[in-house]
Design a protein around this ligand. Structure first.
Ligand SMILES: NC(=O)c1ccc[n+]([C@@H]2O[C@H](COP(=O)([O-])OP(=O)(O)OC[C@H]3O[C@@H](n4cnc5c(N)ncnc54)[C@H](O)[C@@H]3O)[C@@H](O)[C@H]2O)c1
Length: 264
């Protein structure tokens, strides 16, 4: 689907971003990675090379607009073009609402929302020169429904969905589509670091499909939205969440009933 194209994946050093980078490489794209974690990004780079694709690895913080601009320009110089941007890098810090520090609030907005904007603006400037581009933003179900103890994260991810719509309208005339994907719970280091053992046990039971998603289940939706085949789709948010958003509070009730039935 992506033969001859170049795809930039932020946060490609591990987790969902790594799966996305490898999936897009299997579809034929050369890959660029921006990640703060150089070791992880280089490890993904070796896997991409093993698939026979070119790779550009850059260590940078997406919340630094000057660094993002310089890095995107360097990537285009190295790989010759830019067709796809996947805004995947993100951070999550769980705290009760009354205990969220101003620094934690600001950092999550800076990385998850402002970082997505800086990368999109820098990439779109390159894509617009050739009149073609695909931007895929990784939001979260926490940006669609009200999360608990995740106000900064939820607000930043809701912001990403709003930014997706706005950018879709502003960039359509340049041949660039912009869409979002909102994963439900996917077992990665981010989630294992942020969730309690109890939440890890119970949370996946609240979707219609009662399990964690896999990184590959997110990556394959990215691959479609990153491809020329998705040409008439822009400004949408696709929940890839095992039916968690569709179920809402009803699945919590079903989970309680299942638990009660199992105990009786
Ligand atoms: N895991 C889940 O259940 C889940 C659910 C919904 C949404 N998401 C979203 O998916 C994305 C990937 O999540 P993951 O679980 O793979 O996370 P992860 O923590 O395993 O990986 C995130 C990667 O992004 C990089 N990164 C973080 N901040 C950065 C910055 N400022 N600049 C550059 N790189 C940075 C990290 O070094 C890391 O390699 C995130 O946006 C996250 O919010 C994850």
């Amino acid at each position: 689907m992506l033969e001859g194209q170049v795809a930039l994946v932020t946060g490609g050093g591990r987790g969902i971003g790594k799966a996305i980078a490898l999936r897009l490489a299997r579809e034929g794209a050369d890959i660029a990675i921006i990640d703060m974690n150089r070791e992880g990004a280089e490890a993904t780079g070796r896997d991409v090379s093993g698939l026979g694709r070119r790779i550009a690895v850059h260590q940078a913080d997406i919340s630094d607009p000057a660094a993002v601009q310089a890095t995107v320009r360097a990537i285009v110089t190295e790989l010759g073009r830019l067709d796809v941007l996947v805004n995947n890098a993100g951070i999550e810090k769980r705290s009760p609402f009354l205990e969220i520090s101003a620094d934690d609030w600001k950092r999550q907005i800076d990385v998850n929302l402002s970082g997505t904007f800086y990368c999109t603006q820098a990439a779109a400037a390159e894509m617009s020169k050739r009149g073609y581009g695909r931007v895929v933003n990784i939001s979260s179900v926490a940006g669609v429904i009200g999360p608990i103890d995740l106000a900064a994260y939820g607000a930043s991810k809701a912001g990403v969905i709003g930014l997706t719509r706005a950018a879709a309208l502003d960039l359509a005339d340049f041949g660039i589509t912009v869409n979002a994907i909102s994963p439900g719970p996917v077992e990665t280091e981010l989630m294992l670091g942020a969730w309690t053992a109890e939440a890890l046990r119970e949370r996946p039971q609240h979707g219609a499909i009662a399990r964690f998603g896999t990184v590959d289940e997110i990556a394959q939706v990215v691959a479609f939205l990153a491809s020329p085949d998705s040409a008439f789709i822009t400004g949408i948010n696709v929940s890839v969440d095992g039916g968690a958003v569709a179920a809402g509070a009803y699945m919590v009730e079903k989970y309680r009933r299942r638990k009660a039935a199992a105990g009786s």
